[in-house]
Design a binder for this molecule. Structure first.
Ligand SMILES: C[S@@+](CC[C@H](N)C(=O)[O-])C[C@H]1O[C@@H](n2cnc3c(N)ncnc32)[C@H](O)[C@@H]1O
Length: 231
């Protein structure tokens, strides 16, 4: 991305984070919530910089904090960037989209106001392929497992999926399922993130070091029709 574009995304992000509020189109001020915390956003940005993905998929726009963090980290404009959020208007006052417009929406970015369970099979049928996916939607086991099912079908070998909220039992179970697939491996935390104070404190407390976990698809998923591995 041009440095101007990245700078614009950073500025909108910084404004939202420091104000801690969003302003609706009607002028109402509402608290910012449900957004990716700063420390986790830095980890997501590191993985993006390491991966340099051309094709990105995101579930869960909300007020746009994770998307702005992604845009702020991309060196090159994405070839395609599909974002799915069924409730952008109903629950988020369209504010996430407005924040993206303020930052300047790059070519290739398409927003889908649609349930992920309906949108993902449509994208698959249309032949979409991705190098990087970030999942932060509805956090039940079955919902995320369905999202993973379709994303796996569209993810190129070498591609990465980042899951948010892996401290939740439902997400732990999805992660265990994904890692039972021979094609997938956990992407290790970068050394400086593993050694950080936050990570050390959380390790000592027996909870995941970060809310985010990344997996890499190391090869095509070639499981047989009768493959099963308990998880
Ligand atoms: C935790 S919020 C996302 C936060 C956002 N990633 C951020 O950092 O600001 C979860 C989002 O998922 C969306 N969502 C929930 N269920 C969905 C579904 N079935 N399909 C698509 N979007 C969904 C919600 O509307 C909400 O915007």
């Amino acid at each position: 991305m041009s440095s101007d574009r990245r700078e614009a995304a950073m500025q909108v992000l910084e404004r939202l984070r420091s104000a801690g509020v969003i302003v609706t189109a009607e002028g109402d001020t509402l608290p910012l919530h449900s957004e990716l915390p700063v420390v986790e956003a830095k980890l997501l940005q590191r993985w993006l910089r390491d991966q340099r993905p051309a094709r990105i998929l995101e579930v869960g726009l909300a007020y746009g904090v994770s998307t702005l963090s992604i845009l702020a980290a991309l060196e090159d404009p994405p070839e395609r960037y599909d974002i799915i959020d069924a409730f952008q208007t109903r629950d988020w006052h369209g504010a996430g989209l407005r924040h993206l417009q303020e930052a300047g929406i790059p070519g290739g970015l398409v927003f889908h106001e649609e349930l992920s369970e309906l949108c993902l099979p449509r994208l698959l049928a249309a032949g979409a392929r991705y190098d990087f996916a970030y999942i932060d939607g509805w956090h039940t086991f079955d919902q995320v497992a369905v999202e993973f099912y379709f994303i796996n079908r569209m993810l190129a070998p070498g591609g990465v999926i980042v899951f948010d909220d892996v401290h939740m039992p439902s997400l732990q179970k999805v992660l265990a399922q994904v890692l039972s697939f021979p094609a997938y491996e956990r992407l290790p935390l970068p050394d400086d993130f593993r050694r950080s104070r936050v990570a050390r404190v959380r390790r000592a407390a027996g909870v995941p070091e970060y809310r985010l976990a990344a997996v890499r698809k190391r090869a095509e998923d070639r499981r047989n029709w009768d493959w099963f591995e308990d998880f």
